[in-house]
Design a protein around this ligand. Sequence first.
Ligand code: SF4
Length: 533
Amino acid sequence: MDKLLLLGDEAFAQGALDAGLSGAFGYPGTPSTEIIEYIQRESDAAERGVKRDWSANEKTALEAALGMSYTGKRAIVTMKHVGLNVAADPFMNSAITGVHGGLLIAVADDPSMHSSQNEQDSRFYGKFAMIPVLEPSNQQEAYDMARAGFELSERFHLPVMVRLTTRLAHSRSLIVRQKILKENPLSLPGDPNQFMLLPAFARKKYRKLLEQQDMLVQASEKSPYNQFIDGPDHSLGIVVCGLAYNYLMENFLENECPYPVVKIGQYPLPEKMFLELRSRCNTLLILEEGMPIVEEMIRGIFGADGLSVKGRLDGTLPRDGELNPGLVRKALGLPLRESYKEPEFMVPRPPALCAGCPHQESFKALNKALEPYGSGHVFSDIGCYTLGFLPPFNAINTCVDMGASFTMAVGAAEGGLFPSVGVIGDSTFGHSGLTGLSDATFRKSNVVLIILDNDTTAMTGMQDSVIGGKIEAVCEALGVEKEHIRVLTPLPKEQDQNVQALNEEIEYPGVSVVIFRRPCIHVLGKRRKEGKA
Ligand code: SF4
């Protein structure tokens, strides 16, 4: 059997390819980015013509994947957990339309917020939409679950979420490949109204989704990813989800775990397994990566009948952040293992813009132009430029979500702030800045909106930006006056001119767009190497 050493993200990608994938859609976001990057690199995918370009944002990606499923083909869509908020509209509705070809929604959560604004748990979304969720405990399961997920999706005609978390997504292990399947042929849904959510159809389809819930629970009872593993010591029962199973087992490398365990890899939860565990144990410990969703459900079901539930809610485990084998060990009451001290040569490396980054000169010019007005005027967005918050620049004041720079600048201007400046990157502008710009021109807001165009999605690793080459035309089409769309080059020798241009646009009582354009130094380096620059 073919074996490969893969990251969790890559294992899922390879699993999807081997299961007859026809298209992968997504927007880059750590820790999910490597799924599509892997499919883009694979020569098999290229030979087969698997579609695998980045999308403008998670919403458009999910809708494209749903469209591919409409044609009977197998598709995946990938995103990080906060990206699912952007895609929430088609996500919820795809549970009602159902799917034709298998559709997997791979969402990588980031507990501990290594590179995210929050640590929301996508399993809540899965429960909210009432669709099956698969949660691998290791790389092999990430690989296998792609195939199992497509089968489940096509069996119930529902999208299936595959929830990964950072540590699994970004760590490597050997996986054994299965037989490669052919792609599905083109076909149309048997019911021509399947994807038509007029209220009369939607009501019927929603009832069907409700009726399917018992079958989904039965499927979970029989799933190979859910197991009841008995143990001789019934003083404690353990419910463990996804990657947390690894953390549990790392504490029992020499001896078997003595406690009965319900291992969860497929949701909705397998009720019978819980009842079995409940019949043996009066104390349960719940181990799950992310938020206490299973713990809350168990407390809700059994809270009143004398069951003691331990987990994140009673302080047995921290309420936030990733789990790890040490935290699990403490929760089990086992003697703590001695750990090694960090070597002295390990020094903290605070995040910073790279030396020579074009954003540095943009922020210097902006700071200079804003000097007369004091601080508190700049609404920023998500990308490398968010580091402009840090010294020595201290150039931005907010970072809330993708696209919130332009829209917050508009709101602040309406609140009386002058000047009111929004700062966004080119890729983020394509993702969710366009609607904010549209609001600004519609309201004739007195704002300066700055697009830092470095010709890439730098923060996640230099993925293509779909707005490339179209920014000025888009701004004009959205109602910005041509003479107030300024393109500047962020270089030291241009600084006086740039400050002057910014001052002029600050003085203009309407919507100005200032584009600072210079490629990210890493993109430039890569292009030079390839002889393209
Ligand atoms: S990766 Fe590129 S855009 Fe990001 S900080 Fe470095 S040079 Fe700047």
